[in-house]
Design a protein around this ligand. Sequence first.
Ligand code: HEM
Length: 145
Amino acid sequence: MIFALILHILGAVIWVGGMFFAHFILRPAAAPLEPANRLPLMRRALAQFFPWAWASVALLLLSGGGMIKLGAGGLAVQIMMGLGIVMMLAFGHVYFAPWRRFQRALDGSDLPAAAAQLKQIRHIVLANLILGLVVACIGATGPYW
Ligand code: HEM
């Protein structure tokens, strides 16, 4: 149980922390750059981050499911699982729709199209970040309510 919980916490911290860094630190730091520099920078950064996000999703699902098998449960766990799955679907959408279109637009040097896709990614990542912070608080305080 403790082993699964440790993997679970690592998955949550890496995924939610990565989204926080991307949105609140990297994005404003890159904002003054020209699109021709900013968009490829964001592409390289997201290309580094997304494999960690996929690994976190896998860890969260396996460890969360494992803990439920071992007897964990209750309202907080139900809410966490429901919102967690919403987050994972939203991330899957980002990865397979706007992220793919963003890369294709950049490959074709269509900077305005790439910027529009990046904006979509940003909106969904911000929603997922807020959800992730809420879910982490629900998961961690659950045993006390
Ligand atoms: C999607 C499927 C998920 C399942 C099935 C799941 C399941 C669980 C379970 C069974 C526990 C142990 C609760 C207890 O024993 O009281 C737990 C704890 C926790 N979960 Fe999840 N979870 C999921 C997603 C998430 C997500 C997406 C996050 C954060 C973004 C998250 C963050 C946490 C945290 C912070 C804890 C508490 C760790 C602690 O004790 O400090 N979980 N989860």
